[in-house]
Design a protein around this ligand. Structure first.
Ligand code: 4AD
Length: 493
């Protein structure tokens, strides 16, 4: 008999011998028959409230998933987690409440009284008088095993189940808190949030990495475009933010972004979240780098303070040593070097690079990582890239012979490029000339209008949210910091 079938037989035998009241085939209640406990409706508590001693002495109900089961001769110890915090609530019950269905991963509803715990490990515990198994979980088939610390790479194979591990649920809470922190930073700094569209008819970056959008199904004529024009999933909300920056001096957006990059790298996804900001009346790139640096610091300090236990789990068990790196990143003001200085640094280095380091070549990940190390393993701004490397919207520095654009990237330890931004070409004649050169004048006639009517110097940037999480948590692979990773040849679920 296979292990899984044996588990089923065991459950059926157990069901015959236990006194069980069931509401569904898998829903069972095991309770003490003391009338006293049933008199008052229990207060529902989240685990985060229960572990901090809310409603001490009161009749409470906690719902969650079993993280450990320890039956003893007279007592049964369970740990239950509901995703509200890293900690699990200790449940103590008499052994008569034990049930073979109470396995690692099963869903339960526990009613009882919250008491101070005599044990050092946790200040409070729930003395159970009723345990309701809401959903069983066969521990043989369940891919995660009790007391085992599974690696990120292993749990990545189970995108539908990995949120049930401590590491991934911590990651998801950190991600949620970091999102809040970023919104708070912008709100407190006077930015207006704009919902830029997911479907667009422009290729902002001009890199051709677009996913085209057309309906499918028998009711649609393949020869006729749904939107009359080619439409794509957005690669950046920048141009829509630029529209808004003609009326709002500070705007931002934070949403999903799509790139048809045929890359299996550890820092690229086909769908990622980007934070983008646009600031009007800018004097120089420093106006933008200040926003980038302030946002990075503010979000990171917020996450370290509000998600201390979750971040600790990463910094202690998943990526040991990373806490020191984060503290070092926050200590100093981020240095700033020009692209030309960066090229000099690379050319003076004794390290052999795979990609060329001639002036005019784009910086590759290996170069970015070297520059970060060279600058003391802290985030570093690189400014004034070759004009020809940058998209049509980047402001011309009009320098010679090394022709550059007022563009800036923020490079960070462990990741490389985290932010990319620029001053935008606000001068109508120059912008027009560049668009004409690229044959894009008609496509972007509306964009030229922005320069015709009340144009002001402005600029902005985009930050890759998943790369930000990689940077502060020290996670190597970008697929481990997003709930459902999409990349070439993979779109699970
Ligand atoms: O440098 P990028 O391409 O800049 C823009 O899209 C600008 N239009 C943004 C703006 O100025 N409003 O992308 C910005 C950041 C990168 O620095 C990187 O962190 C992230 O987005 N990024 C990706 N993250 C994950 N997977 C990908 N395929 C990414 N491509 C870019």
């Amino acid at each position: 008999m296979c292990q899984s079938a044996a588990f089923g037989t065991m459950l059926r035998a157990a069901a015959k011998t236990l006194s069980v009241s069931s509401t569904t085939s898998v829903s069972r209640v095991i309770s003490l028959s003391t009338r006293h406990y049933c008199e008052r409706t229990p207060t529902k508590l989240r685990v985060s409230e229960a572990v901090s001693g809310a409603e001490l002495g009161a009749n409470v109900k906690v719902q969650g998933w079993v993280r450990s089961v320890r039956p003893q001769k007279e007592n049964l110890f369970l740990h239950v987690n509901d995703g509200s915090c890293l900690q699990s609530l200790q449940i103590v019950a008499g052994s008569e409440l034990n049930d073979p269905l109470l396995t690692f991963g099963s869903a339960v509803e526990v009613t009882g009284v919250l008491r101070k715990s005599p044990h050092q490990k946790q200040p409070f515990e729930l003395e159970a008088h009723q345990i309701h198994v809401v959903g069983e979980c066969n521990p043989v088939d369940f891919p995660f095993k009790i007391k085992e610390r599974h690696g990120l790479e292993y749990i990545r194979q189970f995108p539908h189940l990995r949120c049930r591990t401590n590491a991934f649920s911590s990651l998801l809470r950190i991600r949620s808190e970091a999102t809040t922190a970023i919104h708070s930073y912008f709100k407190e700094s006077g930015f207006v949030q704009i919902h830029t569209p997911v479907i667009t008819s422009n290729d902002c970056e001009g890199a051709g990495e677009l996913f085209e959008v057309e309906p499918s199904g028998p009711d649609y004529d393949e020869d006729e475009r749904f939107f009359s024009v080619p439409a794509f999933l957005t690669v950046s909300g920048q141009l829509h933010l630029e529209v808004m920056s003609g009326a709002f001096s500070r705007v931002y957006t934070f949403g999903p972004t799509f790139r048809a990059e045929n890359s299996q790298s550890r820092r690229h996804l086909a769908e990622f979240f980007m934070v983008e900001a646009e600031v009007s009346f800018t004097q120089s790139l420093e106006d933008l780098t200040k926003v980038m640096e302030d946002m990075f610091r503010s979000a990171t300090e917020h996450v370290l303070a509000r998600c201390a236990e979750d971040v600790d789990l990463f910094h202690k068990h998943v990526t040991p040593g990373q806490r020191g790196n984060v503290d070092a990143m926050l200590k100093k003001k981020f240095p700033m070097i020009t692209y030309s200085e960066a090229i000099d640094i690379l050319n003076r280095s004794s390290q052999k690079f795979d990609f060329p380091t001639d002036w005019g070549c784009d910086l590759q990940t290996e170069h970015e990582k070297y520059l970060v190390k060279h600058c003391g393993n802290t985030p570093v701004f690189v400014t004034d890239y070759p004009y020809d490397l940058k998209p049509f919207y980047a402001r011309d520095n009009q320098d010679h012979p090394k022709h550059t654009a007022a563009a800036v990237d923020l490079l960070v330890p462990g990741v490389g490029e985290l932010c990319g931004g620029s001053l935008r070409e606000e001068r109508l004649d120059r912008l027009q000339a560049r668009l004409e050169e690229a044959g894009l004048e008609d496509t972007y006639s509306w964009y030229l209008d922005l320069r015709r009517f009340g144009s002001v110097p402005h600029g902005g940037f985009g930050l890759g949210f998943e790369r930000y999480l990689q940077c502060i948590l020290g996670v190597q692979n970008i697929k481990d910091v997003i709930p459902f990773p999409r990349f070439s040849r993979s779109c699970l679920l």
